[in-house]
Every structure is written in structure tokens, then in C-alpha cells.
Design a protein. Structure first.
Length: 87
């Protein structure tokens, strides 16, 4: 009986987490492919670009600026038989 309650609680937690992740995924899709530009058929969502089309500015792409790495994030490249050394 106690085990069943634990499993039901875990299922509830996972369903809640799934809902949160689905909301985040929906937000990402709304940025990447807004509804008014979305193709009607899901197979047409990602089409290959024609080579003869010359377009200087790619459309529908978003550039994300990442913050510069801190000293704690920089790791020196070393041979694999040694442990990493922070710079």
C-alpha cells in the first residue's frame, strides 16, 4: 500500500514535470517556427535550400549571444592520461 502511494506520487510529479517541459518546448517552437510561417504538412517543415537562390540574410533564424566564459569555465587542453587543470 505504501509503495503504491509512492508510485502514484512519482507519477504525479513526472506528469507535472512533463507539462512544464512541454510548455517550454512550445515556447521554443513559437520562436523558431511561428504559427503564421509554419507549413501545413509536418514533412514540409524542414526543406532544403535551393542552390540557385542567393539570399544574403537567412530568414527565420535567431542568433543567440552567449556570455563570455569565466575563469572557472576555462579548462586547459591536456593529454587524456592527465586530469584537467583549471586556468
Amino acid at each position: 500500500m505504501n509503495r503504491e502511494k509512492e508510485l502514484l506520487e512519482r507519477i504525479r510529479q513526472l506528469e507535472e514535470l512533463n507539462g512544464i517541459l512541454q510548455d517550454k518546448l512550445d515556447m521554443i517552437y513559437s520562436v523558431v517556427a511561428p504559427d503564421d510561417d509554419a507549413p501545413e504538412d509536418s514533412d514540409e517543415q524542414f526543406e532544403e535550400a535551393d542552390d540557385d537562390e542567393e539570399d544574403d540574410a537567412p530568414q527565420g533564424l535567431v542568433q543567440i549571444q552567449l556570455p563570455p566564459k569565466t575563469n572557472a569555465q576555462k579548462v586547459q587542453q591536456i593529454p587524456t592520461n592527465q586530469s584537467p587543470k583549471r586556468v
